[in-house]
Write a protein that binds this ligand. Structure first.
Ligand code: ZN
Length: 286
């Protein structure tokens, strides 16, 4: 099953078209895409029977994040060995670094993103998991049953503010407006032959800059959920960015940053792709 946020309305994608969930369910499920995760099991049951309903063509340009207003956004750092090495950090053995992207930065799969002035903005394609069932002290064997589905994410990062202080400042540096694209839709876990091993890549102006597999994650999705939920209860609709493979701009010789006019495409096998163009911040009024 694939669900989308189409112009702010929860939409079931089927047969190349979309079914407006609030209308098709006579209001049983609200239009707000974020609220569906509170009724996830019930929704999955309904969606199975809704596939016979007529699907209408839709404008992909109106897609937003399938989880537009999560109560919590977790992000895992240094979760691929080759990325930890390029970033100059030790490979985490027991506990991966955890930070947040503040939920205000969540945005959809397409469109323009403003580069912070005098910043060094970098790309990090990541698998994103959205929670479908409250998770508190969940073990890894049960963890996947708490996930509603997977999406493509970009953990955009401004490296100057990230590294300016006495210790790295992940959360704020990764939360500029629209620095948390998620999409292009949510694919339920049952759709994947192996949700633990998906090709993941990013390309910049057509050049492949990141190319890996989620099977290379040091802490896989079940392990992340086990570790996070041991401390913080995870709520339906919460979002987890799971970490990025090698190939970010910071790890290159010479280093490379996003520039105005660049187009970044972020892809994951079995899900789809995000496509964003970067623009400069307008000069302030004199
Ligand atoms: Zn990241």
């Amino acid at each position: 099953m694939r669900i989308a946020n189409l112009a702010g309305r929860l939409t079931l994608l089927h047969a190349g078209g979309g079914i407006d969930v609030e209308k098709a369910s006579d209001g049983r499920f609200p239009a707000d895409p974020q609220r569906v995760y509170e009724q996830w099991d019930e929704f999955v049951g309904w969606a199975g029977s809704a596939r016979g309903l007529p699907a209408e063509p839709y404008d992909a340009g109106q897609l937003g994040s399938p989880a537009p207003k999560p109560s919590q956004v977790f992000a895992i750092g240094l979760n691929y060995r080759d990325h930890a090495v390029e970033a100059g950090f030790a490979v985490p053995a027991a506990d991966p670094p955890v930070f947040t992207k503040f939920p205000a930065c969540v945005t959809g799969p397409y469109g323009e993103i403003v580069l912070p002035r005098e910043g060094h903005t970098d790309w990090e394609v990541e698998l994103v998991a959205v929670i479908g069932r409250r998770a508190e002290r969940v073990g890894r064997t049960e963890a996947w049953s708490h996930v509603a589905g997977l999406a493509v994410g970009q953990d955009l990062s401004e490296r100057r503010s990230q590294l300016a202080g006495p210790s790295p400042q992940f959360s704020l540096a990764k939360s500029f407006p629209r620095f948390g694209p998620i999409g292009p839709w949510l694919v339920s876990v049952d759709e994947f032959a192996d949700p633990d091993d998906l090709a993941i890549s990013a390309s910049l102006n057509g050049e492949v800059v990141q190319d890996g597999r989620t099977g290379q994650l040091i802490f896989d999705v079940p392990s992340i959920i086990e570790r996070l939920s041991a401390v913080v209860p995870l709520s339906p609709g919460d979002v987890i960015f799971t970490g990025t493979p090698a190939g970010v701009g910071m790890g290159r010789q010479p280093q490379r940053w996003l520039a105005a006019g660049d187009e970044l495409v972020s892809s994951i096998e079995g899900i789809g792709e995000l496509r964003h163009r970067f623009i400069d911040q307008e000069a302030p009024c004199p």
